[in-house]
Structure formats: C-alpha cells, structure tokens
Design a protein around this ligand. Structure first.
Ligand code: 1CP
Length: 461
C-alpha cells in the first residue's frame, strides 16, 4: 500500500476543521472515521484471515522499523475500556469481562470504539493477558471493582504439576481460538484505517498472577518461588513461554500486524532475578515468534517489549529481536534514547497529565515529543488509561502529538533543505572562485610569457 491517506480520514473531513491556527498553535480536531461508521457494529465473525483491506495508515509500523514518518504515531495502553461510555453498553450486553473477550463480534466492537472516536494510529485487540493461565488449565475470574482473581492460585511446585495441563495438552487454537477469530474479524472491520496490535503477558508477570492469585503489592509470594523453588520456577516460566509463543504466532496468522509483550511487574525484581527469570524468556519469545513465522513464510511483524520499571535493562535488549521498547513514566527520557540504539521507543507520558487541563496536556505532549522524537518514536502513556479519564482529554493529547511532531518534521526538512542549499551554494561559489582564479592566473601567466618572448625576440633582433 503506497497511498497512505492522511490519518485514514477523508480529505473533506480534514479540510473543514484540521490545522486551523488557534491560540498560537495548531488545532486538529480528533475526528470520526466515516469508513468505520457506515458499517456499525460487527455482527457475525468473518472467518478468513485473508484478503484484508489495504492499510491506509502505516505510521506506527514505519516508526517501529526506524523508517521516516511525516508525523509521530500515537496510541495508548488500555485505549479500549472503562473510560468510554460506549464500552459499558457492550460490556453489559456480554454480561461479564471474560464473556466479552470470548465473543468475537463484541471484542471487535470494543476494539473499534476508540478508533471511531479518536485519531489514534493503532488499534489493540480487546482481551487480557490472563487468558494464558486459563488455556493452561487455571480458573480466572474478573471481579468488578477488584480486578482479576484466581479462586485457586498455585500453592507450590507439587500443586503446579497436579493442576496445570500437561504441556502437550495445551492447544491455544482450541482454547483461545476466540481471540484469533476476534483478530481476524477486527482486521476486516478496521477497513485498513490503522494497524491492529496483538499482545500477551510476559512469563514473569503471568506467573506473578498464577501464584499470587490477584493483583498484589510487590508480588512477594511469587518472588519467593525464585529462591525456594528455582528449578520449578524455570519449569513454570518455560511452560508459559511455550504457550505464549504459540499464542502470538496464532495472532499474527489471524491478522495481527504488530505485537506487544507486557511485563508489568518487571520493576519489582532485582536486576539479577530479572535477568535470570524474566529477560531470558522475553528474548526467547521474540526470537521464537519471528523464526516460527519465517518458517511459515509469513513476514515477521514488529515486536514491542514493555518491561515496566526495568528500563535499566534496555542495553541488554540490543541483542534481542525486539524492535520497540516501551517506557514507564519514571524513565529518564534522554538516557533511554541514548542507550536504546537501534530500538525505537514507545511511551511515556505520566497518565496523571490526562487528568489535568487541556493546556497542560498540550505542553507536556510537546515536551515529550521534543525529548524523544520525532523519529523512531511511538507516543503512548507510561501505563494505561484510567476509568476516570475524559476521552476529550485523550483527544487533546492525540492531536497535539500529531500537530507538533508534524511541525517539527517540516522544520527539520526545511532546515535540511536550507542547509544543503547553502552548502551547495558555497561549494559552487568556491568552485567558481578557484576556477576563475586559475583562469586568471593562467591568463596572467600567458601574458607574462608572451611579453617575455616579445622582449627576448626584440633583443635578438
Ligand atoms: O471490568 C473491566 O472492564 C476490567 C478492566 C480491564 C480491561 C479493560 C481488565 C482487567 N483488562 C482489560 C483489557 C486489557 N488488559 C487490555 C485491552 C486492550 C487495551 O489496552 O485497550 C490489555 C492490553 C490488557 C493487559 C493487561 N491485563 C495487563 C498488562 C498491561 C498493564 O495494564 O499493565 C495486566 C497487568 C492485566 C491484568 C488485569 N486485567 C484487568 C485488570 C484490572 C488488570 C490489572 C490488575 C492489577 O493491577 O493487578
């Protein structure tokens, strides 16, 4: 797809309200997408993961690969969900959280909701990292106002051997086929407006929930396994990794165009423990997913790793197959940019900024783009949207990142053009000066020789 439409929005929608100068800087109205609106909610799953609509906006894929972009792409963690009033309608229709995840046309619908409303540059499939423990045989419930809960978390290695499905019995196509169906359906229903991101939890973060049974402060129960049962911890992490690789490969085959691995609790580990029990598995996931796709003659998609709170490990990701590293808001931006090398960066606005006023949101957005960008950069929050956030505030952030980065890139290009012009003008002037100098010198030399010859001949006469 060579023709990338401006944000995938028809030019008439843009000419009417985009890029108007207001209050001293650009004002772009986050906008509806006619291509999505006309179809309305998806009703029945489309089953074939082929003949997808042509992609109109590939900014995020180019930024991930380190290619040139005309503006910085932006999407946000948890962009689908509780802060959108339309989410609650669909959630109630499904009944509960996991029924929503397991009903492809409803999961597709909530994935599309933020894309309809906002000028985001990617969609992320609506699901949860805790579907992997379910596929491995554990029960997980989502309790309103509390979060995930395992009625029976893993007590010890013996419990693990007894209750987890044997590795050869874990079939992600059978257990998580509904996610693949939702991805295929969503990819069709997106009409090529933006790429679709698939995701999974990192082995350590998933293990933390399996052992702890719920969200916890610092995950002490789970971390104790590393000291008490190191061998069984590796066995558990290996089992999660294998299921996750199958799951991510399945997501790409179903239509996911980029993948993100969430290690939300990486920051709770010591560097030594992180290296041994998390990083190793994160790296294995990226290399195995990509090699399995290559074996299947499917082009590998860009992969992002979000080791939240373990930004110190960025240099150690250089020899991995990740393309993008996502940052928490506690990370030093300049330092991360320096050590990221060939990796693109994603992040890292402090989510609290979205609870402030639009003018403050704009200011922080500009600062973030100045600090990181505008190339090899995907704008995002340092963590996710909160239920109390206003969609209009997110729209302000999205528009400011687009407008400001576009302005920066234009200025950069103009400066480059100007500098190149000035340098070549200097070059031409120098060349002319030298050649005319040589010409003048040779002319003068010729005259001297001539007059010397003349005087010589006259004196001979
Ligand atoms: O009832 C509800 O609607 C619950 C809220 C909710 C939502 C909207 C949960 C429960 N999960 C989700 C969806 C979800 N989870 C997505 C959807 C796509 C999107 O981003 O829009 C994604 C990517 C996740 C990933 C996820 N789930 C992570 C990793 C990212 C992160 O936030 O750190 C984690 C840790 C989870 C576990 C989880 N699921 C739900 C909650 C509330 C939690 C966190 C609980 C805790 O703090 O321990």
């Amino acid at each position: 797809p060579k023709e990338i439409q401006r944000h995938g929005v028809s030019s008439s929608a843009f000419s009417s309200n985009a890029n108007q100068q207001k209050g001293g800087h650009f004002q772009r109205m986050s906008t509806n997408r006619p291509a999505l609106d006309k179809k309305g909610p998806a009703t029945e799953p489309e089953t074939k993961a082929t003949d997808f609509p042509i992609l109109k906006n590939d900014l995020i894929l180019r930024a991930a690969r380190g290619e040139r972009v005309e503006r910085t792409p932006i999407w946000v963690h948890r962009q689908a969900g509780r802060y959108l009033k339309e989410y609650w309608g669909t959630r109630n229709e499904a009944g509960d959280f996991f029924s929503l995840c397991r009903t492809p046309h409803l999961a597709c619908e909530v994935t599309l909701q933020p894309i309809r409303r906002l000028d985001l540059d990617a969609a992320i499939i609506f699901s949860d990292i805790l579907v992997i423990p379910q596929a491995m045989g554990l029960e997980v419930q989502m309790i309103k106002g509390f979060g995930p809960s395992f009625p029976e978390p893993l007590k010890d290695p013996e419990d693990m051997q007894r209750r987890l499905l044997a590795p050869d019995k874990i079939d992600v196509y059978e257990k998580l086929g509904y996610v693949f169906k939702a991805i295929t359906l969503t990819r069709h229903r997106l009409e090529g407006e933006v790429p679709l991101i698939g995701f999974a939890g990192a082995p350590w973060t998933v293990m933390a929930y399996m052992v702890e049974g719920k969200g916890a402060k610092s995950y002490y129960k789970a971390k104790t396994w590393f000291y008490k049962y190191p061998k069984s911890s590796h066995e558990l992490l290996n089992r999660i990794t294998n299921a996750t690789v199958d799951y991510l490969v399945g997501q790409v085959l179903a239509g996911a165009q980029m993948l993100e691995i969430f290690d939300s609790w990486a920051g709770d580990l010591t560097p030594e423990i992180f290296r041994e029990f998390s990083l190793k598995y994160l790296k294995r996931i990226a290399s195995e997913v990509k090699s399995r796709l290559r074996e299947k003659k499917v082009a590998p998609v860009p992969m992002t790793v979000f080791a939240r709170g373990a930004e110190w490990a960025i240099p150690e990701l250089q020899d991995s197959e990740y393309d993008v590293v996502s940052l928490n808001w506690t990370a030093f931006r300049g330092h991360c940019r320096k050590v990221a090398g060939k990796l693109s960066i994603q992040g890292n606005l402090e989510p609290a900024v979205l609870l402030a006023e639009p003018e403050q949101i704009r200011k922080e957005a500009r600062k973030m783009v100045d600090d990181f960008g505008p190339y090899r950069y995907i704008a995002n929050l340092g963590h996710g949207m909160l239920p109390s956030m206003k969609p209009d505030h997110l729209a302000v952030l999205v528009d400011e990142v687009h407008d400001y980065s576009e302005k920066l890139i234009k200025e950069k290009k103009e400066r480059w053009f100007h500098d190149t012009l000035v340098t070549s003008a200097h070059g031409v002037a120098k060349f002319l000066a030298i050649t005319s100098g040589v010409l003048a010198a040779s002319l003068a030399g010729g005259l001297v020789i001539d007059s010397f010859r003349n005087t010589n001949q006259q004196s001979k006469k």
